[in-house]
Ligand binder design. Structure first.
Ligand SMILES: Nc1ncnc2c1ncn2[C@@H]1O[C@H](COP(=O)(O)OP(=O)(O)O)[C@@H](O)[C@H]1O
Ligand SMILES: O=P(O)(O)O[C@H]1O[C@H](CO)[C@@H](O[C@H]2O[C@H](CO)[C@@H](O)[C@H](O)[C@H]2O)[C@H](O)[C@H]1O
Length: 460
């Protein structure tokens, strides 16, 4: 494998030639977080040649800062895997980025290489052999074997990142918007593996880029949970059949408590005093105000929603304290996988992708994860017609009961904090849906209408 690494900030002829193609292609990608503002250019952070472009198949790994109209600062850094061919075979048509007209690749076709098994296998081989290519570093857990005969396929699920499955044995998650520093999506599963917690697939291998500053974590390889289905699919299936989901919700509560208990053992816990609790409430109010600006549909409910945060302020003023620890940070039904033998695993410890990394790594009250799951039962029940509020109520109660069985603490006892976090999550969801899936906006807005009503009754 050849390599070239450009110093930060130099706009190479390669990037200049890809620039017009990526400007139109990038905003159409589900994982691009900067939708809604035109892309105006790119600055390369690192450009690594994984396969030379003069062969039948060329392959580049790019880390590019993306510049956008009206977005100040250096721009977010995204990870790209760009394939280069003379022409694309029909099976790769959906992967097309475009035809290059100038520069070193003039006359070639470039495409999203993860659609193509061969480039995806190059990544697996680099992980297997712990390769160092330019600034890219590939590492693995030496106790886990990576076979060489696994065929790659890109997952087509709607995702914030991109994942490739290798022969139903491993799944590689390639992070798209990358930041320097410790990434909780690797940090927490490694910590849980050290604790022997079986509820989270233990990382097999990982990749990062060294660019002269703190490394960027780029990808994590994990065992693939075979024959599994995620909690969201299962919940919708049961809802469609008019079936109860309470027994599964209870198991999910137990699994969440096991993960929380292991995380509290593995990583530091802290006590939040009244200043920190005030700070939590202030942060929620700030997010609400920003969300109201971004999503006009929230405006009529803002006053009602502030009540939830006022209750948290009162609790802080009364001198209450809470224990905080590392948590999942974006727990919902889609992050829970049930294996063929009925065991639940939790995945995707990245936290809410829109929040800064430092914030995502702070210890937080575990009830925040509970709130995420309670919202998720509600989401499922309100995304079907007619809505099924009783189904959601049953799941929410069973989930809390399962959590209490394992942890000894019933989250329903912490009603103010739980409601504040549910409100905060619903506000986040409104912004998320407005930005990524506008058709879904009515789902969080229906919850917001209930949470904003003084006698809201959707308690677990
Ligand atoms: N270990 C695994 N085994 C089987 N499927 C998985 C595994 N990890 C992730 N998945 C599948 O990949 C999807 C995306 O993974 P996730 O970590 O949530 O990525 P993203 O951050 O892009 O949403 C999940 O919804 C799930 O269907
Ligand atoms: O899984 P991600 O880390 O990409 O999380 C983001 O996308 C989720 C949607 O895919 C979003 O979750 C919301 O929709 C789910 C149904 O699709 C629902 O189960 C969740 O409760 C709801 O929050 C998540 O908020 C977002 O961060």
């Amino acid at each position: 494998m050849a390599e070239t690494v450009t110093p930060y900030g130099r706009n190479t002829p390669l990037i200049a030639s890809l620039d017009p193609l990526l400007r139109t292609w990038l905003p159409r990608q589900r994982w691009f977080a900067g939708k809604g503002r035109p892309v105006t250019g790119f600055t390369p952070v690192a450009v690594t040649e994984l396969l030379p472009p003069d062969g039948r198949l060329g392959l580049y790994h790019l880390l590019l800062r993306v510049h956008q109209t009206g977005v100040p600062g250096p721009g977010d850094c995204y990870q790209f895997l760009i394939g280069v061919r003379e022409a694309l075979p029909p099976r790769l048509a959906p992967a097309l980025i475009g035809h290059v007209t100038q520069g070193p690749l003039a006359g070639r076709t470039v495409y999203e290489a993860l659609y193509d098994p061969r480039p995806a296998e190059v990544l697996l081989e680099a992980l297997r052999t712990q390769a160092r290519i330019g600034g890219l570093r590939f590492e693995r857990d030496p106790r886990q074997e990576i076979r060489t005969d696994l065929v790659a396929r890109l997952m087509t699920a709607e995702q914030s990142n991109s994942s490739v499955v290798y022969g139903d044995t491993f799944i590689l998650k390639l992070l798209r918007r990358v930041v320097t520093g410790v990434n909780p999506d690797l940090e927490l599963p490694l910590a849980l593996a050290r604790e022997g917690c079986p509820r989270v697939p233990a990382p097999t291998a990982w990749a990062y880029a060294e660019t002269g500053r703190e490394p960027y974590v780029l990808a994590v390889l994990q065992p693939y949970v075979r024959g599994g289905a995620d909690g969201w699919e299962l919940a919708l299936r049961e809802l469609a059949k008019g079936e109860d989901f309470a027994a599964e919700a209870r198991e999910l509560g137990r699994a969440t408590a096991e993960v929380h208990t292991a995380l509290a053992r593995a990583l530091p816990t802290v006590t939040l005093g009244h200043v920190q609790l005030q700070g939590l409430a202030d942060g929620m109010i700030e997010r609400l105000e920003a969300a109201v600006q971004a999503v006009p549909g929230l405006r009529p409910y803002a006053t009602g929603l502030r009540q939830a945060y006022a209750a948290l302020h009162r609790l802080a003023a009364e001198g209450d304290t809470r224990t905080a620890q590392r948590i999942h940070g974006d727990l919902h039904l889609g992050q829970c996988l049930r294996s063929a033998d009925g065991q639940w695993s939790l995945i995707d410890f990245e936290g809410e992708p829109a929040r800064p990394l430092a914030e995502r790594r702070l210890p937080q009250p575990p009830v925040r994860d509970i709130a995420g799951m309670l919202r998720s039962f509600d989401y499922a029940a309100h995304s079907v017609t007619p809505p099924a509020p009783d189904w959601a109520r049953g799941c929410r109660a069973a989930y809390c009961a399962g959590y209490a069985e394992v942890s000894g603490h019933d989250p329903r006892a912490d009603a103010e904090l739980l409601r504040a976090y549910e409100t905060d999550k619903a506000v986040y969801e409104a912004v998320y849906e407005a930005r990524h899936r506008p058709d879904w906006l009515p789902v969080p807005l229906s919850a917001i209408a209930r949470l904003a009503a003084p006698d809201q009754e959707a308690r677990p």
